[in-house]
Design a protein around this ligand. Structure first.
Ligand SMILES: C[S@@+](CC[C@H](N)C(=O)[O-])C[C@H]1O[C@@H](n2cnc3c(N)ncnc32)[C@H](O)[C@@H]1O
Length: 272
């Protein structure tokens, strides 16, 4: 079942509010991810290899795509705290613009930019399907682990096709189910068909499941190992977080979210 934007905004407001409280989880997760890029404060874990994939997409495709004189915005769809997107927009040399349906995320993202003395970046609360962006105003569209939540991917792709400049790029990650248990996400094949039907050309598509599974399993196994510390310091919030870890890992012979899900990285060129 897909959730509406309004429902998701409530869910994510509460996830981000919890995340912003300093808890023992910051310390535990920081140790778990080690050299992965935890400091970006993303919702999941960004490995160094993934970061390289994103940076190389910008290096490889930006020069062939976008007219230098009028390069447009770097727009982060479902930006969360926007830390990774802002970093990538700098390597693209484009002005950053991030939107999300969560007010809590946008408030924090704007504060983080101000603290970094970044007065250029733009932030606003919005929905994937009605971004408020002008037609052909986007030079690079980016989205990390967010578009898969869209309840109507066809409308999202229409909006992407409307706002992206010709020969600009879209790069994003998405999740796909490997079974019919649990939440059902739009398949990779459907996203590809919608993109091609709306004038995009898929130029890269990589299965990045293995590395994601490895990192997520490590994160949640470690949380469960130190569950006493989490419960003692976080009380009911800790119990909730541990329930998430159990759902991620599975129990009693049933696979959890990690094994029921695949993750992909896609780059598409707006070709007409
Ligand atoms: C898993 S988080 C990823 C956030 C961020 N990209 C990151 O990696 O840290 C998914 C994000 O998508 C946002 N989101 C979900 N549905 C949305 C919609 N219809 N419009 C805008 N944002 C949405 C959520 O609020 C959440 O911030």
């Amino acid at each position: 079942m897909a959730y509406s934007c309004k429902e998701l905004s409530q869910v994510y407001d509460s996830i981000y509010s919890r995340k912003l409280q300093k808890t023992v989880l910051n310390e535990i997760d920081g140790e778990i991810v080690g050299r992965a890029v935890a400091s970006l404060r993303a919702s999941g874990i960004i490995s160094n290899r993934e970061l390289k994939l994103f940076e190389s997409a910008i290096r490889k495709y930006l020069p062939i795509g976008i007219i230098q004189a009028d390069r447009g915005l770097f727009v982060d769809f479902g930006c969360g705290f926007g830390i990774l997107g802002r970093r990538l927009s700098k390597s693209a040399g484009l002005r950053y613009a991030g939107f999300d349906c969560s007010k809590v995320a946008i408030r924090y993202a704007a504060t983080a930019a101000r603290n970094d003395k970044d007065s250029q970046s733009l932030f606003w609360v919005s929905d994937f399907i009605s971004t408020g962006l002008s037609e052909k105003s986007v030079g690079v569209a980016f989205s990390l682990d967010a578009l898969y939540l869209a309840s109507n991917p066809s409308l999202v792709v229409n909006e992407l096709a409307r706002v992206l400049k010709d020969r600009s790029i879209l790069f994003f990650t998405l999740y796909e189910n490997c079974s019919n248990r649990g939440a059902q996400y739009t398949s990779l094949g459907t996203w590809q068909t919608l993109l091609i039907g709306n004038g995009f050309q898929i130029i890269e598509c990589e299965d990045i499941t293995d590395e994601w599974r490895k990192h997520m399993a490590k994160k949640h196994q470690t949380r469960l190992k130190v569950r006493k510390k989490i419960e003692a310091s976080m009380n009911q919030a800790g119990t909730l977080e541990l329930a998430v870890s159990r759902a991620m890992l599975g129990a009693h012979g049933h696979d959890g979210f990690i094994n029921l899900t695949k993750r992909y990285y896609i780059v598409a060129l707006r070709s007409r």
